[in-house]
Write a protein that binds this ligand. Structure first.
Ligand SMILES: Nc1ncnc2c1ncn2[C@@H]1O[C@H](COP(=O)(O)OP(=O)(O)OP(=O)(O)O)[C@@H](O)[C@H]1O
Ligand SMILES: [Mg+2]
Length: 334
């Protein structure tokens, strides 16, 4: 319920975040002034096409952007403490203990020469200060918790002995090993089969509830967020186009881009599965236009969409959208 979510306090606040890549004289504006919050105990979905800045944004929060990138501006507040200007050492301490992250490709994140359990054991010794024997037992418990059958045997096996879905479970176990307050999952199921995807999402939701964690789930697939997210941010070209509770985004979307994304979810139509891609391609981020970044692709764009940046309009206490035409009683509301 939306009233519930408003009562929850903020775990993470991101204000006016801007991150760019620098290559000689050229600048690519990957994240262009993003504001959002993650409440305690909520699952926030972040959706947007490839290149919309989702990964750069969360890497900025974690302090793991590549060396050719720079945070130009913004504030990042975790549990009331500013973390944007922390030293590398202090940021590293936050990663794992307070914020954990899981990425798309479970194979590259695991060392193929190291047993699955040893990944966990080392982490538990380093971060939670456990002794080896205790860490091994805890590793088995963590594997059990993420639904890996026969964890006593599995703990001694190597990553290649696990399926893709099971490897992703090992990574989730690693992320949870330190009881983080926030888990950021960047496309955690993209590399997996659809049925395995569903199992992993179910697992994330279960663990989130049991551990009262907050989760940020990033995906380019709106269908994925529908199953477990209570609130959704829709990103485009480094900006948030729309934000709202899941039911607002799905049943009452306001932004033409959100609508196009919803229409592009594959749906079973009679016997056919239809996919309606959004026409056109994302704008250049090296020469950003003055107006709305979606204007070039928007079938409803009017002149000022190309010359002026729309400001956010609120549609409820939880839903806002950046579009001149939204809520104007025109065909956009149809
Ligand atoms: N290492 C890099 N050097 C230069 N530009 C980069 C680098 N990494 C990302 N970018 C650019 O930053 C922008 C945002 O990229 P980002 O990876 O955050 O997108 P994304 O929304 O995560 O996409 P995807 O869904 O494909 O993961 C893109 O224009 C991308 O080309
Ligand atoms: Mg990404």
């Amino acid at each position: 319920m939306s009233s519930n979510i408003e009562e929850k306090s903020n775990l993470l606040e991101v204000k006016k975040l801007r991150t760019s890549f620098y290559d000689g004289k050229s600048k690519l504006e990957a994240v262009r002034g993003i504001d959002f919050t993650v409440k305690k105990g909520e699952v926030l979905g972040i959706v947007g096409e490839s290149g919309s800045g989702k990964s750069v944004m969360v890497k900025s929060i974690l302090g793991i952007i590549p060396t050719n990138a720079k945070i130009d501006a913004g504030e990042i507040i975790l549990d009331g403490k500013h973390i944007e200007n922390l030293s590398k050492k202090d940021k590293r301490a936050i990663r794992g203990r307070e914020i954990a992250m899981i990425f798309q490709d479970p194979m590259t994140a695991l060392n193929p020469l190291k047993k699955a359990g040893d990944h966990l054991v080392e982490l538990l010794i380093r971060v939670r200060g456990m002794k080896k024997k205790e860490a091994k037992n805890e590793a088995i418990e963590l594997l059990r918790m993420v639904g890996i059958p026969s964890p006593e045997t599995r703990v001694n096996q190597y990553p290649h002995e696990f399926s893709g879905g099971m490897r992703q479970r090992v990574l989730i176990a690693m992320a949870l090993a330190c009881n983080p307050k926030l888990l950021i999952a960047d496309e955690p199921t993209t590399a997996l089969d659809v049925t395995i995807q569903a199992q992993i999402l179910e697992l994330l939701k279960k663990l989130q509830t049991e551990n009262d964690m907050s989760v940020v789930l990033i995906t380019h697939d709106l269908g994925v967020v529908a199953t477990i997210c209570s609130r959704i941010l829709v990103m485009y070209a480094g900006m948030v186009m729309e934000e709202g509770m899941a039911h607002e985004i799905f049943y009452s979307p306001k932004h033409p881009y959100t609508k196009a994304l919803i229409n592009s979810i594959p749906r079973v139509d009679g016997e056919k599965t239809r996919l309606k891609p959004i026409k056109g391609s994302a704008p250049s981020l090296t020469k950003v236009a003055k107006g709305c970044p979606f204007a070039e692709r928007c079938e409803l764009a009017i002149d000022k969409c190309f010359t002026e940046m729309p400001v956010y309009k609120s549609f409820s206490s939880t839903q806002k959208c950046m579009c001149f035409l939204a809520g104007e009683g025109d065909k956009l509301d149809g």
